[in-house]
Write a protein that binds this ligand. Structure first.
Ligand SMILES: [Zn+2]
Ligand SMILES: [Zn+2]
Length: 283
């Protein structure tokens, strides 16, 4: 292999093979072997680029016959007999989606609060598996009880003093409403007015109470204010009814017994409407 032309051609063929142009490389090796059939490196190189294992094997063998220590042919033959397995591509990790609530393929999940309960549901905030009993449906999806509590802790900031102040303010305002109702008497026209004004009265009480407690929210503030609206509105007329009843027992006209509870109708109507308005305003 002293011919420099052959050496140049050989370098060219190796380079072509390295670049993956196997067909072109085969042609180049064959061209060399036509001119110099005893070039072991050309046989070995040919073995690397031939299409079938049998052809490769015979090419390598030819190279080794010519040059038993030929490195290229030896490694090629070794590779042919002991093919190293292609490294398996890493399985792509499944994209993690806490928002993907029902995971039907994830059958082995169990509720983190009930380890014996299998579930396919996850909290869409912390992704913990939760069973149907623990899951709370919110406007943004299923949530676990821990997340619900955590979010509520930030939402409900009212302290005990706020509850006290809220009940004083709403009760005081509602007693005023009850006293006003005492003086307007009773007529069908009045009931229509109460029907229309009750909602406005209730939300006004709610608004002023909320203002008084610094707009802080409490889980039971709406319930408390609604109760205060009812009690406050009815209390004045209940007192009047009580006075009338006491008068009856003291020996008054028994025909007055029917009229004793007359004044309470208007406050009852008002408190039903106003209490629900206050409740939903504060909710
Ligand atoms: Zn559970
Ligand atoms: Zn959660």
């Amino acid at each position: 292999m002293s011919d420099p032309r052959i050496r140049t051609l050989l370098r060219q063929a190796h380079k072509t093979a390295e670049n993956g142009k196997r067909t072109a490389a085969v042609q180049l090796y064959r061209q060399i072997l036509e001119e110099a059939p005893d070039t072991a490196d050309a046989w070995a190189g040919l073995g690397n680029v031939l299409p079938t294992a049998a052809e490769q094997e015979s090419a390598y063998q030819r190279a080794l016959e010519l040059e038993p220590q030929n490195q290229l042919a030896q490694t090629g033959l070794a590779k042919l007999h002991n093919p190293t397995p292609e490294p398996e591509p890493e399985p792509e990790p499944a994209p993690y989606h806490p928002a993907l609530e029902p995971l039907p393929e994830d059958k082995s999940l169990t509720c983190y609060r009930h380890p014996e309960t299998e579930t396919a549901l996850r909290c869409n905030r912390c992704a913990k598996p939760i069973c149907m009993k623990c899951a709370k449906r919110t406007s943004v999806g299923y949530r676990c009880p821990d997340c619900i509590r955590e979010l509520e802790a930030g939402f409900y900031t009212a302290e005990n003093s706020d509850y006290v102040l809220a009940s004083i303010v709403s009760l005081f305002l509602s007693v005023i409403a009850g006293v006003i109702l005492l003086f307007v008497g009773s007529s069908y026209f009045l009931y229509i007015i109460i029907f229309m004004a009750g909602g406005a009265g209730g939300s006004l009480v709610a608004r002023l109470t909320s203002y008084a407690i610094g707009r802080r929210r409490g889980r039971y503030i709406p319930h408390l204010v609604a109760a205060a609206v009812v009690i406050g509105a009815i209390l004045p007329s209940l007192c009047i009814s009580g006075l009338v009843l006491i008068g009856l027992f003291m020996g008054g006209d028994s025909s007055l017994a029917f009229t004793a509870f007359g004044p309470i109708l208007a406050p009852l109507l008002y408190s039903a409407i106003a209490a629900s308005a206050a409740y939903y305003w504060l909710k």
